[in-house]
Ligand binder design. Structure first.
Ligand code: AKG
Ligand code: FE2
Length: 205
């Protein structure tokens, strides 16, 4: 894919980390029971990410709700995730903070039992939330009646929800049993006025 954007509009946002030494490091969050999230806030450079944003925003024939493109995946995602074998790319565009994705998991059979799903984000920062699914009968979720309520509440608010602010040029990877055990969403944000584009790389069996 050649990157020949029609227009470039660098400087829409100020680079939050102009000094490369201050760029936050990647973090791995262990969600427990074999699920993990890896978040790299500055996966692509600030300038390259704007080139990608402009290219995607101007050149993709965006339709509602989504466009699925099968074939060779692009960018450097394969290099960053050795062993990955993505063969599907889903593109989403959120034109404002009013556009959102509700709670769901990408647990369709076609992705297998432990899919690795990698999301690269461009444009406006948006929050990405994760919450644990309620399994009525699993021993893991069974409420211990002996435990004081206050302890129970503390435990669940700490362990059962996570939030990531997905930055321009960031990479977030959901791994292991994240789709089986967790829901994710990209909620409405009144303050997010600008467009966000995300690319999600997946492996279809
Ligand atoms: O736009 C995103 O970051 C995620 C969207 C999503 O969860 C999906 O397309 O399944
Ligand atoms: Fe999803």
């Amino acid at each position: 894919m050649s990157l020949k954007p029609k227009t470039l509009s660098f400087g829409r946002l100020t680079n939050p980390y102009p000094n490369p030494n201050e760029i936050p490091k990647s973090q791995t969050v262990d969600l427990g029971n074999g699920s993990q999230i890896v978040y790299s806030p500055r996966f692509l450079s600030f300038e390259d990410s704007w080139k990608w944003f402009e290219y995607l925003n101007n050149e993709i024939p965006w339709t509602t709700p989504t466009l699925r493109v099968f074939g060779r995946s692009c960018l450097q995602v394969h290099k960053a995730l050795p062993g990955s074998s993505f063969n599907s790319l889903l593109l989403n565009r959120y034109k404002s903070g009013n556009e959102y994705v509700g709670w769901h998991s990408d647990d369709e059979k076609l992705y297998g039992s432990t899919p690795e799903i990698a999301t690269v984000s461009f444009g406006c920062d948006r929050d990405f939330l994760l919450k644990k699914k309620k399994h009525k009968n699993s021993s893991q979720e069974r409420i211990n009646d002996e435990e004081p309520v206050t302890k129970r509440l503390k435990k669940s608010s700490h362990v059962d929800q996570h939030s990531f602010n997905l930055k321009h040029g960031s990479l977030l990877v959901m791994k292991g049993y994240t789709q089986r055990d967790w829901l994710h969403s990209l909620p409405k944000r009144a303050k997010a006025e600008a467009t966000r584009i995300s690319l999600t790389f997946r492996h279809v069996l």
